[in-house]
Design a protein around this ligand. Structure first.
Ligand SMILES: Cc1ncc(COP(=O)(O)OP(=O)(O)O)c(N)n1
Ligand SMILES: Cc1ncsc1CCOP(=O)(O)O
Length: 526
């Protein structure tokens, strides 16, 4: 069999596009090769472990994961009810399909339930060498169900371990591989790691999560020369099902991205700890081995997801805050936002140019609560981090802020992104990059934003005509001229965004009401 120790000579992860590649439209562009893992493992119907966990881990770590299924288990949080092995020839078919087509970097194995299946795996790896092999020697489920019997031990010892780059047994698996030696102390884990290393894998990680009497969870890593003890706090939770699969898959994913082995192991351990800690109190299933959340998202309040897509009509009366003005009039931003909404504001943007991050975040959180309870969307000006931290409905960015396509990839598909545009080209780019609306101005001169070029009603009209996105006009707009703005009569001009017309006023509520009435009247007339 060809050597699988390829991570010693890691090829470049970048390559140049060729005419034969279908993923790009040009022949000169450089594209990044997608890191790819193949998991060869059993299916867990409860999806906490096995193939399902492996795919989730790789997705969470930004790595593509193909899957070859060795067995299908009927399994839930109470245990394994039944196991159906796939015929070795069919496992072989799957391996061939994947390995002959994909550029798999790393193979990770989980449940290998029969010597015949190990045999076909070894043959496939010899036919289609990969850069690294991560072996999680799964033998018994957390609930005590035997997933690979003792018949597997000799082929593991004699054939699989010698070609593995790393093996990740827990103490029970390590003991079984070593013929039943007792492993109950750290010293015995070290000794086991050494003995396992002599069987051929380049690295050994003996996981100590099951060791009795230790307040930390300690894993022992051995590279043939040096030992490393990797400590993490023990997390009290029933939701530990799939930790072994998760750790090994994460190691595979990190190796696929180009990490060295020790870094991959450390990141994987941190990943598991973070996910366990996040998920310690979630309740899925009625049994004693709950799954955990690889994406750290299940605890998010479902109410906080927007129930519908962005409604352009919300741009009708857009209230953009200004802390200096609110200070001048001696009111808090929260009171200002409340009054604007009561007066008819249909969307709110927090535009804070001076506040410290901590203060900004606290204010933003309070405003999110008010807006959400009133069914009004709240956006954050410029600060993607604040928008993420306070779970705002979106952000508004300018031409010199973070590019819209990057904002979109950070915020995901369901957040609102607005972008300032003064020209037709910018309007076109905003649409291409995934913005939801355009803010266009300054339509009139303004004292609120220094050195801002005025584009006039003609400039606004031009942007509207070029834009496939809804537009909101901004800059120097108030009760006296709002009607003239709406009168340009472009169907995608949805409203006006105002700062001083609301917030540099003694009474935000009455100004908002008046402006709202003006806008409604101009709408009726056109
Ligand atoms: C609705 C809306 N339109 C335009 C702007 C201006 O944003 P930007 O160009 O980022 O300038 P600053 O607001 O950061 O000074 C806006 N805030 N809102
Ligand atoms: C933020 C911004 N962007 C273009 S003009 C402007 C300021 C708008 O403030 P005002 O409504 O007080 O003129």
């Amino acid at each position: 069999m060809q050597s699988l120790g390829g991570i010693r000579s890691w090829p470049a992860t970048w390559r140049t596009t060729t005419a034969s590649m279908t993923t790009t439209t040009t022949t000169t562009e450089s594209v990044r090769k997608v890191a790819q893992v193949l998991t060869v493992a059993g299916s867990d119907s409860g999806a906490g472990a096995g193939i399902q966990a492996d795919i989730k881990v790789c997705a969470a770590r930004g790595v593509y994961c193909a899957s070859v299924i060795t067995a299908v288990t009927a399994q839930n949080t109470r245990g394994v009810q039944s196991v159906h092995l796939l015929p070795p020839h069919f496992v072989s078919e799957q391996l061939k399909s994947v390995l002959s087509d994909f550029e798999i970097d790393v193979v990770k194995t989980g449940m290998l339930p029969s010597p015949e299946i190990v045999q076909v795996l070894l043959q496939s790896l010899s036919d289609y060498p990969v850069r690294a092999l991560v072996v999680d020697p799964v033998m018994v489920s957390t609930s005590g169900h035997v997933l690979a019997g003792s018949s597997i031990l000799s082929i593991f010892r004699e054939r699989l371990l010698p070609v593995a780059d790393i093996i990740t047994p827990n103490v029970k698996e390590a003991s079984a591989l070593l013929g039943g030696v007792p492993i109950q102390t750290l010293a015995e884990m070290r000794s086991a790691a050494k003995s396992l290393h002599e069987m051929g894998p380049r690295f050994v990680l003996v996981k100590g999560g099951d060791l009795p009497d230790s307040s930390d969870s300690v894993d022992v890593y051995f590279d043939g020369n040096e030992f490393h003890e990797l400590h993490s706090p023990r997390i009290a939770t029933r939701n530990t099902h799939g930790t072994g699969c998760t750790l090994a898959s994460c190691i595979a994913a990190e190796l696929a991205k180009g990490s060295n082995m020790l870094s991959a192991v450390k990141v994987a351990k941190r990943f598991v700890d973070t996910a366990l800690n996040y998920s310690k109190d979630i309740v899925i299933g009625k049994g004693m081995q709950g799954p955990f959340d690889h994406f750290l998202g299940l605890k998010k309040d479902p109410q906080s997801y927007r129930q519908s897509t962005f409604n352009p009509d919300d741009l009708f009366l857009y209230a953009v805050t200004d802390s200096r003005m609110n200070k001048k009039w001696n009111r808090s931003i929260v009171d200002a936002v409340k009054a604007a909404i009561q007066g008819g504001a249909t969307i709110v943007q927090i535009r804070e140019k001076e506040a410290e991050t901590r203060e900004f975040l606290e204010e933003a959180k309070a405003c999110v609560d008010i807006c959400r309870s009133n069914g009004v969307c709240l956006l954050i000006n410029d600060r993607i981090d604040i928008a993420l931290a306070c779970d705002a409905d979106g952000v508004h960015v300018g031409q010199s802020d973070m590019p819209v396509d990057q904002v979109r990839s950070l915020l995901g598909p369901d957040k609102i992104i607005g972008v300032s545009c003064k020209t037709q080209e910018q309007a076109h780019q905003a649409w291409k990059d995934g913005a939801d609306y355009i803010g266009s101005g300054g339509v009139f001169p303004t004292n609120t934003k220094a050195n801002n070029r005025t584009i006039g009603l003609d400039g606004l009209k031009e942007v509207c005509k070029a834009s496939k996105l809804p537009v909101v006009a901004i800059g120097g707009i108030g009760i006296s001229n709002a009607e003239s703005v709406m009168r340009i009569d472009e169907p995608n001009l949805k409203g006006v965004a105002v700062v001083s017309a609301l917030f540099d006023q003694e009474c935000v509520l009455s100004q908002a009401k008046k402006l709202h009435k003006t806008l409604q009247e101009s709408k009726r007339e056109h």
